[in-house]
Design a protein around this ligand. Structure first.
Ligand SMILES: Cc1cc2nc3c(=O)[nH]c(=O)nc-3n(C[C@H](O)[C@H](O)[C@H](O)COP(=O)(O)O)c2cc1C
Length: 394
């Protein structure tokens, strides 16, 4: 057994990856992935929202054959979940964006390349790993048009526009852990790196030696700032003036499939559908933006009722197969996960991400059998019991 396989053998669920990544990554890098806004209330609410529902299993159903195949936008995936867009993944894992894309391809699931990624989108697209790109729109119509032209030229079919980043979130945890974007070349950063020699050798030094200093490659039509810089502040400003007209503009410019991410209010979901988007990802950014906001799972039933005609997808807080099943039973068309796949890539590269996808798929399959359901499309409200009814005695 190789060292990597031995390490993975001890990882039995997605939570285990977080423990392993904490040991491998320097404090600021782990903190960047782990952090949630302010008091982590939204992060915790994302997890506890699943407790609002319990399963009502059926017995004596022939569950000897179970299919996880899920069709989204006419494409069949091998599981009902995929990898959410995550910026700077190539600093927590060597060639992180490519690793995530290749592992997703192997697992037959979609992966969304982040606009805040460090490997040129053309290279990731050419690897054949994904045709999903996520954009944080640049601040002016000209820059938006130029970026969309580049995304189109690179060959992406699905454009995800993230709406829940009008301003950067409270940076207090990043300040405490020593993370900034770009990273500042301080003595503290050097010490943090030296304290994690495996990351320093496997990931950081290897990246520098083989590919040079990583840059923000995909926020704009042209290359952005380097990941380590004394002076440059990454341009996350200039987005606070956005309104729905910008989505109308993107819809006019982008002929492919358009998905918006970061919607929570049912009226925003209706507005986005009316603007002609092809799908919506309900999300609170994994609790990384507005602390105290609702969990996407809580608004899911209402959004599905109000917008029944396009796929409603969801992310934020999914860690177990049972979480995925609950969202699907409430009408979600697909589920995305962020942090666990990032940790998995950090711990063991592509093998780690594939292991994560296998663990989660196994949980979904096992739980469907225990629930008495053999295919994803058969999941429905009848399989769930709202725990609030327990209190009312209904
Ligand atoms: C390290 C990290 C980086 C992220 N970067 C982006 C990004 O570039 N674009 C985006 O739309 N969302 C980004 N997100 C949010 C994720 O796409 C997703 O909404 C969130 O991680 C889901 O919650 P989970 O981590 O609890 O699964 C990021 C999340 C993390 C953890």
């Amino acid at each position: 057994m190789t060292q990597r396989n031995r390490k993975l053998a001890g990882i039995l669920n997605l939570h285990d990856f977080e423990v392993a990544a904490r040991k491998k990554l320097p404090r600021p890098i782990f903190g960047y992935v782990y952090n949630a806004a302010e008091d982590r209330k939204t992060y915790q609410a994302n997890r506890s929202a699943f407790d609002d529902y319990r399963f009502v299993p059926r017995t004596f159903v022939n569950v000897s054959s179970i299919s996880l195949e899920t069709t989204l936008f006419g494409e069949t995936h091998q599981a009902p979940f995929g990898i959410a867009p995550m910026g700077i993944s190539a600093i927590s894992a060597y060639r992180g964006d490519l690793v995530l894309a290749q592992a997703a391809k192997h697992a037959g699931i979609p992966m969304i390349l982040s606009g805040a990624s460090l490997i040129p989108m053309e290279e990731v697209a050419a690897s054949g790993g994904t045709d999903w790109f996520q954009a944080y729109l640049p601040g002016t119509p000209d820059a938006i048009e130029a970026l969309i032209r580049r995304v189109k030229r690179a060959g992406f079919q699905n454009l995800v526009v993230t709406l829940d980043y009008p301003v950067p979130p409270n940076p207090e945890h990043n300040i405490r852990s020593g993370f900034s974007s770009p990273l500042k070349p301080t003595a503290r950063l050097a010490v943090d790196g030296l304290l994690r020699p495996r990351w320093l050798l496997d990931t950081f030094s290897r990246t520098l030696l083989r590919h040079g200093m990583p840059h923000f490659e995909n926020n704009y039509a042209q290359r952005g700032a380097p990941i380590i810089s004394r002076h440059v502040a990454r341009d996350f400003s200039g987005r606070s003036h956005f309104d729905w007209e910008y989505l109308d503009l993107v819809r006019r410019l982008w002929p492919g499939r358009l998905v918006v991410k970061g919607v929570l209010h049912p009226e925003d979901a209706v507005r986005a559908r009316d603007a002609g988007v092809d799908g919506i990802i309900l999300s609170n950014h994994g609790g990384r933006q507005l602390d105290g906001s609702v969990s996407p799972l809580q608004v899911l039933p209402r959004v599905v009722a109000d917008v029944p005609d396009i796929p409603i997808m969801i992310d934020s807080g999914f860690r177990r197969g049972s979480d995925v099943i609950k969202a699907l039973a409430l009408g979600a068309s697909f589920v995305f996960l962020g942090r666990p796949f990032n940790y998995a890539a950090a711990c063991a590269g592509e093998a780690g991400v594939r292991h994560a996808a296998t663990l989660l798929a196994d949980e979904v399959r096992r739980d469907m059998a225990l629930l008495g359901v053999t295919e994803i499309a058969a999941l429905g409200r009848e399989h769930l019991y709202e725990t609030s009814r327990l209190a009312s005695g209904a």
